[in-house]
Ligand binder design. Structure first.
Ligand SMILES: Nc1nc2c(c(=O)[nH]1)N[C@@H](CN(C=O)c1ccc(C(=O)N[C@@H](CCC(=O)O)C(=O)O)cc1)CN2
Length: 284
C-alpha cells in the first residue's frame, strides 16, 4: 500500500462533492453560499493563503469578498467591519486571516464574528460544540481536514493511542476533541512536556503541530505509526518543510502526510465545506 497520504487527491475529491452540491442548490434556490475574507497588512504567507481561499471559492461556485486592510487598521475599525459582515444576507462565512497585528486582540475579533458565520470554527461557541460533539457547530478547518483524511484513507481511529504535539486553540485542542469523538485515546504534548520522545513513541497516530523544521526523527516514533504533519516551516535551504523529518522516518511509518501536499491543502477545502454548511443552516 502507498505510504504517502495524498492531500491534493483527497482535497480534490471533497471539492468536487462541494461543487456539485453548490450547483444543485443554486438550481433549486437561485442562491449561492458567500464567504468574506479579511486580511490585515502585507504578510506574504497570509496573502498566499487568502489568494488560495478566494480562488477556491471561484472554482466551486461560491461567492467571495476580500477586504484587504492596512496593518494600521484599529481594533474598532475591524470590529465595525465584522458587525457589518455579520448582518450581510449574502455572506454565510466570515474569517479574519491570522496572524493579525499585535495591537488588535485576536480573541476580541474572534468573539465578534457571529458564531453562525464563524466558518473557521474558532468562536468559543463552536469550540464548545466541537468538544461536546454537537454536529451543528463549525469544526476548526485543519483538525477537521485531518479527521477527513484519516477516514477517507480507511485509517482506524477508534481505540488507537493518539499523541498531539501542540496545544493551540486552532489545531491542538480541537484536534483532541475530534479524536476523542472518534474514540481515540488522546494525549496532548507541548513545550513543557517532559520526556517527549517517550510519549510520542507510544503513538499509533502522531500529529505534530510544533512549528519546528524536521523536529520529529525516527527515534521518536513507533514502528508502523500513522504520522500527520501540520508543520509549515522553512529548512536550511529555505525550502518548505514540515515538523517531521520525512526522509528519516519514512521507513518506520505505515502512513505519512507530506509537506507540501498534505494537511495544508485540506484546511482550505474544509473551509469551503463549512461555508456550504453555514449556507444550508442559515439560508435554506
Ligand atoms: N483565519 C485563519 N488563519 C489561519 C489559518 C486558518 O485556518 N484560518 N490557518 C493557517 C494558514 N492557512 C489558512 O489560512 C493555510 C496554511 C497552509 C495551506 C496550504 O495549502 N499549504 C500548502 C503549501 C502552501 C505553500 O506552498 O506555501 C501545503 O501544505 O501543501 C493553506 C492554508 C494560519 N492562519
Amino acid at each position: 500500500m502507498k505510504k504517502i497520504i495524498d492531500g491534493r487527491k483527497i482535497s480534490n475529491a471533497i471539492k468536487e462533492e462541494i461543487k456539485k452540491e453548490v450547483t444543485e442548490l443554486k438550481e433549486k434556490t437561485g442562491k449561492i453560499p458567500g464567504l468574506a475574507v479579511v486580511l490585515l497588512g502585507e504578510n506574504q504567507a497570509s496573502k498566499v493563503y487568502v489568494g488560495s481561499k478566494i480562488r477556491t471559492c471561484e472554482e466551486l461556485g461560491i461567492f467571495s469578498e476580500k477586504y484587504h486592510l492596512s496593518e494600521k487598521t484599529t481594533e474598532e475599525e475591524l470590529l465595525r467591519l465584522i458587525q457589518t459582515l455579520n448582518k450581510k444576507e449574502n455572506i454565510d462565512g466570515i474569517l479574519v486571516q491570522l496572524p493579525i497585528p499585535n495591537h488588535i486582540s485576536e480573541q476580541k475579533i474572534i468573539d465578534a464574528i457571529s458564531y453562525k458565520k464563524d466558518v473557521d470554527g474558532f468562536h468559543p461557541i463552536n469550540v464548545g460544540k466541537t468538544l461536546i460533539g454537537d454536529k451543528t457547530g463549525f469544526k476548526s478547518c485543519t483538525p477537521y481536514g485531518i479527521i477527513e483524511m484519516l477516514k477517507r484513507e480507511n485509517i482506524e481511529i477508534s481505540g488507537k493511542d493518539a499523541v498531539i504535539i501542540g496545544r493551540s486553540n486552532i489545531v491542538g485542542k480541537p484536534m483532541a476533541s475530534l479524536l476523542i469523538a472518534e474514540s481515540a485515546t488522546v494525549q496532548i504534548c507541548h513545550s513543557r512536556t517532559k520526556d517527549l520522545a517517550e510519549k510520542t513513541k507510544k503513538a499509533d497516530i502522531l500529529i505534530s503541530a510544533v512549528g519546528k523544521a524536521k523536529f520529529i526523527k525516527k527515534d521518536m516514533i513507533k514502528d508502523g505509526a500513522v504520522v500527520i504533519d501540520v508543520g509549515m516551516n522553512r529548512d536550511e535551504n529555505n525550502k518548505l518543510c514540515g515538523d517531521v523529518d520525512f526522509d528519516d522516518v519514512y521507513e518506520k511509518v505505515s502512513r505519512i502526510t507530506p509537506v507540501p501536499g498534505g494537511v495544508g491543502l485540506m484546511t482550505v477545502t474544509m473551509l469551503m465545506k463549512n461555508t456550504l454548511l453555514s449556507f444550508k443552516n442559515n439560508r435554506l
